[in-house]
Ligand binder design. Structure first.
Ligand SMILES: [Zn+2]
Length: 395
C-alpha cells in the first residue's frame, strides 16, 4: 500500500517532507521519502491512497486509558453492573473509537479480570479492530484502596510481590500501582494520601524490574510522588503534586524525576478548559502551572487522557493536546509527547511511534498541517494500524 500526502513527518524527529510518501508492506513500513522516489518502489496493482492536502504522521499514542470504564458520569457503577462478557463487548467498541481518533497504540492502566490483555491479543491476531494495547492488567492497590473493585488488592511486601507475579503471568506488559488515593473511588484514601509504604513500593518495583517490566505509579500527592521516585518507578501518572492544603511542586523531587529519566503522564481531559469552573480559577492555574514547571524543568512528558473515567471519552486525545499548546509548548514537542516519547515510555519505542522503515505501519493522515495548527489532528482522514487501513468514518 502506497500512501502519499502534501506533508510527511518522517523519521524519529518527524522531519517534515513536502510531497512525500510511505510504502507499507505486510504490516511494516517499507519506505519513507519523497513521493517520486517511493513511487518507483511500488509494484503493479499495489493499492494507492492519495491525500494531496493532508499530512501523514505516526499514529498517536494515548499513554493512559482504561478500556473497562465507559467515560460516563458514574463509570464505576456501570462497570460493576456488567459481567465480563458484556464488558468485553463494550471494550471492543471503545478500541474502535480510539482508532477513529487516530490512536494506534494505548497503554491500558487498569482493567478487570485480564480483559484488556485478552483484547490486546485479539487485536494483534487481527480478530478485532483496535490500537495496539500495552496492558497493566489489574492495578495493585491496598484493601479498599483506589480502584479496589478491579480486583488487585494487596498489602505487605509479600502480597504485593505475589500480585505483580500474577499480573505478569496473566500477560501484563507494565505494572500499575495506585500509590495514592483517587477521586474515582468513593470512601477510599484522599488523592493526596499515600496508600503504600516505601518498603511495599520498593518491593513492587523490584519484582517488576526483575521480570523486565516497567512500573507506572498513579500518584497525585506530593508525598506519594516522592516515594515513587525513591522506589525507582518508570512513569508517574497524573503527578498533580497535591497536599492537604494545595499544590507543592517539590524542587528536589522534580530534579530527581529529570535525573532518573522518569516519564510523567499528566492525564489531560479534552475538556481541560472547564477546569477553572470545576476547581476555581486560582486552583486551576496552580494545576496548569505545575505542568508548566515540569515541562520547563525538562521532564519527559507523555500524552494521556485517562479515557474511561468521568467524562473522558475515547476520542479525546487530539483535543487534550491543545492543553500543552495553551501552556506554551511548541507543536513539535507536543507531537513527540504523543508519538516517539510515549512509545519509549511504553517500551515499544523500537517498534512504533515513528515513520521509519522497519517500524510497524501505525500511521495517521489528517487534513491540514498539525505543525502549524495542532487542531488539524481532529480532522482524521485515514488511519493505518499494524498495516490495516481504516477510513475516517466511524468504524
Ligand atoms: Zn487512570
Amino acid at each position: 500500500m502506497l500512501l502519499t500526502a502534501a506533508h510527511v513527518l518522517a523519521g524519529a524527529d518527524r522531519h517534515p517532507l513536502a510531497d512525500g510518501a510511505v510504502l507499507v508492506r505486510e504490516g511494516t513500513i517499507a519506505a519513507v521519502g519523497p513521493r517520486e522516489e517511493v513511487e518507483r518502489l511500488t509494484r503493479p496493482g499495489e493499492p494507492r491512497l492519495a491525500h494531496p492536502a493532508g499530512t501523514l504522521l505516526p499514529g498517536l499514542i494515548d499513554a493512559h486509558v482504561h478500556l473497562c470504564f465507559d467515560g460516563g458520569t458514574d463509570p464505576v457503577a456501570t462497570l460493576q453492573q456488567q459481567d465480563d462478557e458484556a464488558l468485553f463487548t463494550a471494550m471492543k467498541a471503545r478500541a474502535r473509537q480510539l482508532l477513529s481518533a487516530g490512536v494506534t497504540t494505548v497503554r491500558d492502566l487498569g482493567d478487570r479480570g485480564g480483559l484488556a490483555v485478552r483484547l490486546a491479543a485479539s487485536v494483534t491476531a487481527g480478530e478485532d479492530p483496535g490500537p495496539r494495547i500495552v496492558s497493566a492488567a489489574t492495578p495493585v492497590t491496598p484493601p479498599g484502596g483506589h480502584c479496589w473493585f478491579l480486583g488487585g488488592e494487596a498489602t505487605g511486601s509479600d502480597e504485593v510481590r505475589r500480585l505483580v507475579r500474577r499480573n505478569i503471568e496473566a500477560g501484563a506488559e507494565v505494572i500499575k500501582v495506585m500509590e495514592t488515593g483517587g477521586g474515582l473511588t468513593k470512601g477510599g484514601a484522599q488523592s493526596w494520601e499515600s496508600q503504600f509504604t516505601q518498603d511495599e513500593l520498593t518491593a513492587l518495583v523490584g519484582e517488576a524490574h526483575h521480570a523486565g517490566l516497567p512500573v507506572a505509579a498513579h500518584a497525585h500527592g506530593a508525598e506519594g510522588i516522592a516515594a515513587a521516585v525513591e522506589a525507582g518507578v518508570d512513569t508517574i501518572e497524573h503527578c498533580t503534586w497535591m497536599t492537604p492544603t494545595g499544590i507543592d511542586v517539590r524542587a528536589d523531587v522534580l530534579a530527581r524525576i529529570v535525573e532518573q529519566g522518569i516519564h510523567v503522564c499528566p492525564t489531560v481531559s479534552p475538556h481541560w478548559r472547564m477546569l477553572p469552573q470545576i476547581f476555581g480559577a486560582e486552583r486551576a492555574e496552580a494545576m496548569f502551572d505545575a505542568v508548566r514547571q515540569m515541562a520547563g524543568a525538562g521532564v519527559r512528558l507523555i500524552a494521556g487522557t485517562d479515557a474511561g473515567v468521568q467524562r473522558a471519552g475515547f476520542d479525546g486525545l487530539p483535543g487534550s493536546l491543545t492543553f500543552y499548546e495553551h501552556l506554551g509548548l511548541p507543536a513539535e514537542r507536543v507531537l513527540a509527547m504523543a508519538t516517539t516519547e510515549a512509545a519509549h515510555a511504553l517500551g515499544v519505542g523500537d517498534e512504533t511511534g515513528q515513520l521509519t522503515p522497519g517500524f510497524s505501519a501505525d500511521l495517521l493522515v489528517v487534513d491540514g498541517d498539525p505543525l502549524a495548527d495542532l487542531g488539524a489532528l481532529r480532522s482524521v482522514a485515514a488511519v493505518v494500524a499494524a498495516g490495516r487501513h481504516y477510513d475516517a468514518e466511524p468504524i
